[in-house]
Design a protein around this ligand. Structure first.
Ligand SMILES: [Zn+2]
Length: 75
């Protein structure tokens, strides 16, 4: 029975440690996103900033929507 007790105590401490770590991580970056994950491109037509994965690419230019791609090509 003592082995189980030790395991339970260890588990409780591990859980407390994990909760503290999660809390500390949240406090460290309040509302701030890590910059390396999202690549931002500027729409050539309206100038809005959009993540590269959500943008429409045309040659070397990026657009926020196909509408702006077409409008820019009509200029
Ligand atoms: Zn746009």
């Amino acid at each position: 029975m003592t082995i189980i007790r030790v395991l339970v105590i260890f588990l409780v401490f591990w859980l407390i440690f994990r909760l503290i770590r999660i809390k500390m991580d949240k406090n460290r970056v309040p509302g701030k996103k890590p910059p390396k994950i999202v690549n931002i491109k500027k729409c050539q037509y309206c100038g809005v900033h959009i993540p590269t994965k959500d943008s429409i690419k045309s040659g070397n230019k990026y657009y926020c929507s196909t509408e702006h791609l077409n409008l820019d090509n009509q200029k």
